[in-house]
Every structure is written in C-alpha cells, then in structure tokens.
Design a protein around this ligand. Structure first.
Ligand code: ZN
Ligand code: ZN
Length: 165
C-alpha cells in the first residue's frame, strides 16, 4: 500500500449545471492505493473548491466539497474482470488506473440538487424579485389597491414593483 497525496487540475467541469468544480480547479487527492488479490483498491478523499449559483436567490457563490472515494480496479485476467462489466468495476489498464470517471461519479452524488449560497438564504422577493439578503431590512410591498390589480396583470412579472412608485 502507498499513499497518494496529490493536487491535480480538474480536467473538465465536474458536476451539474448549477454547481460544480470548474475546469482547472485544484483537486486535492488524499488517497491510499492498495494491491488486493483481484486488483488495485483506491480509497480516500478528494476535496476541491466548487462554484455554483444559488437556487433561491441566483447569486454566485463558492465553497469546498469533500468526497469519499472507494474504487476497485480489476487486474486483467482476474476473476473480477471475467465476472463483471466494465461499467460496474473499473479496470487496471497498462498498469495504470484512471480516476477521472470515479471522481466524476463521486462528486455528482455529493452535490446538492438545490444549491444554496447559505442554509438560511431567504431567496427572492416574490413581488419584485430583489434578493432579500441584500434588500433593506423589512423589505415589503404595500398591498396593491384593487383598482390597480388589473393593471399589474398586464405588466411583465418583473415590472410589478414599479407600480408602487
Ligand atoms: Zn442565495
Ligand atoms: Zn420586493
């Protein structure tokens, strides 16, 4: 067994549309590589900066992600190679292992489907669309006079706030 502590540049954007690891971002690998009877077992953690867009207020934000990784790479001509699909168990090819796909899969499982810039992000004002986190305290709109209500339905939704002024 030998440790593999290495920082590599991310070869591509890893993740989802709204959130992920940027191409070229540093991937810190803290891994152990062990030879087992059927192949090579790689385990440990990966950490990297991720950038995303808040699903509530749409603001860009960044944080770090830490992902556990455990991947068996089967030796050529091993029983594991004979009895599994390449999709299920990766292969040792020319004495090397390719960690890219296992990393992509592990990161995808760890990323939030609804990323938020902070856990208590209040999102956008439903009336005018301003980000409530950066709006003045107590941001609100007076109820619209019923005589104006018909007019507001004729305006595009993001122009509603202008009626107050
Ligand atoms: Zn937010
Ligand atoms: Zn508002």
């Amino acid at each position: 067994m030998f440790p593999l502590n290495h920082t590599v540049a991310s070869p591509s954007h890893i993740g989802l549309d709204l959130i992920g690891i940027q191409p070229g971002a540093p991937l810190d690998l803290d891994l152990r590589v062990e030879s087992v009877s059927e192949g090579v077992l790689v385990s440990g953690t990966l950490s990297a900066p991720i950038t995303g867009e808040c699903s509530r207020c749409l603001a860009p934000f960044s944080e770090r992600i830490e992902v556990g990784l455990t991947e068996l790479f089967a030796y050529p001509a091993s029983i594991t190679e004979a009895t599994t699909d390449e999709d299920e168990v990766a292969r040792v090819v020319d004495d090397t292992v390719d960690l890219e796909q296992p990393i992509i899969d592990a990161v995808a499982l760890e990323l939030p489907f609804s990323p938020a810039c902070r856990p208590d992000c209040p999102g956008l004002c439903p009336t005018c669309g301003v980000a409530l986190a950066s709006a003045e305290p107590g941001h609100h709109h007076d109820d619209i006079d019923p005589r104006w209500a018909k007019l507001t339905t004729m305006l595009p939704p993001d122009a509603n706030g202008a009626v107050d002024e």
